[in-house]
Design a protein around this ligand. Structure first.
Ligand code: SF4
Ligand code: SF4
Length: 96
């Protein structure tokens, strides 16, 4: 069973698909998703500060990457995906 319903202006409902993940390997750090998201979901951070095993190429400070800071605030509009050239974001519907 799917949960989570949005309402269009005309009163019809739709099922939002919420942010579930972000592929930091492909992220360019361009900031487009951050700018388009009106809900404060994303945070741009220095890749060197992430606690992940990564390519040596990314160890230099100053290489920025997008992260999900507040996934619970997502309203499921998917605007972030439409502006991302690398299609880094993944989505999921709420499940019962
Ligand atoms: S739009 Fe895509 S490539 Fe640009 S910062 Fe966001 S996730 Fe990274
Ligand atoms: S789906 Fe919409 S609200 Fe959710 S992170 Fe993307 S732009 Fe923000």
């Amino acid at each position: 069973m799917e949960l989570g319903y949005g309402y269009r202006k005309n009163g019809d409902t739709y099922t939002p698909e919420y942010i579930a993940g972000l592929n930091i390997e492909d992220c360019l750090g361009c900031g487009r998703c951050y700018k388009v998201c009106g809900e404060g979901v994303f945070e741009l951070v220095d890749r060197a500060d992430l606690d992940v095993d990564d390519d040596d190429d990314y160890e230099d400070e100053g290489t920025m990457v997008m992260t999900i800071a507040n996934s619970d605030l997502c309203i499921g509009c998917q605007a972030c995906s439409r502006v991302c050239a690398k299609k880094c974001q993944s989505f999921e519907k709420l499940a019962a």
